[in-house]
Design a protein around this ligand. Sequence first.
Ligand code: NAD
Ligand code: UD1
Length: 363
Amino acid sequence: MHVLVTGGAGYIGSHAALLLLEAGHRVSVFDNLSNSSPEALKRVHQMSGSAPELFVGDLLDADRVTEVLEITKPDAVIHFGGLKAVGESVEKPITYYQNNVVGTLNLITAMESAQVKRLVFSSSATVYAESKELPLVENAQRDASNPYGRTKLHIEQILEDLAVSDPQWSIAILRYFNPVGAHPSGNIGEDPQGIPNNLMPFIAQVAVGRRNEVRVFGTDYPTYDGTGVRDYIHVMDLAQGHLDALGYLNQNTGQYVWNLGTGSGTSVLDVIGAFSRACGRQLPYELVDRRPGDIAEYYGDPTTARLELGWKAERGIEEMARDMWKWQSNNPSGYPDYDLEGIPEDELNKFIRGARESLPETK
Ligand code: NAD
Ligand code: UD1
């Protein structure tokens, strides 16, 4: 099938694009490259032997979204495109509501006019209300504690209303737990801009010498070792979940929600331990106060995805750390920093296909 992947140059999207191409699907990517690089797509091409086609555009540009849907006429859309930094969303809530909610409205409006009614959406475990009842199941109470989380909650509700209004739609809402790791080759991975907010990318930068030590936020949580516990999920397992969801949507109309997690939690200290083993040295850490807004523990129940999609996380924390280390040590500064200003889309596609050797790098 032909799949349009919004945000397909980003962290999770590039891994999903790779798996789609390897499975023989055709991939078009719609991305404004605000938090990603064409280098990721070039590497996806090198690894899969098939080039994704990049359409540079912004989800806020409704005409462009409509145009790309009309040109590509995909069988389905996977919608990763969006902003995801919790702290930034508190500072710039309007930007987040615009980008994520209005961007999604533009996408589904354009899909409707192009008669494309199959959609997989990247939601997050952040839509769950804080709960003592663990693991979290899909019908647990929802509530979000920050603007980013609320954009995901609003989008889920919009998609539910859409599916009720028109039974021709097939919609999968995938609630990711904590995505980490990289492709085992180390060729593609997460490339956060600035100081990473999330634990695993921070640890990876300590391991590679870009930062001095990990700060462990809180040691007095009611968890098995006092530090925060999360359900880390390998990005390759997560990416596979999208292919399985697409397969399901090919056979079923309606709207579905699936947790994508491992079903068990790992503490901050155990993540540092796994990464230390992966990189071959004990990584330095400091025990500090809790981070405001954090909760002690959460992990998801992935049973529905296993029963309905046949999907299950195959990789554990050791593989997550090993693959993340491979990516970080092969690419200590992430992807090259290209100056994309003024470079036309067809030149970017030549670069992705290997027909144009390089792009200008900024210092
Ligand atoms: P990412 O930032 O690496 O990828 C998002 C991509 O969307 C980027 O390539 C970015 O350039 C693009 N994008 C952003 N706004 C756009 C716009 N207006 N128009 C076109 N393209 C736009 O992030 P990711 O980690 O790959 O996350 C993908 C999706 O999964 C996001 O929707 C995110 O909210 C969701 N999610 C991520 C996590 C996580 O921890 N990584 C957890 C839960 C959910
Ligand atoms: C964060 C987001 C959540 C998002 C998720 C994606 C917040 C409040 N929530 O969740 O919306 O879906 O990322 O993966 O930002 N920690 C440290 N030191 C660090 C960084 C983190 O000890 O330098 C701890 C945290 O306290 C937490 C655990 O590590 O216990 C994981 O943190 P993080 O990777 O930021 O993810 P979440 O807080 O679960």
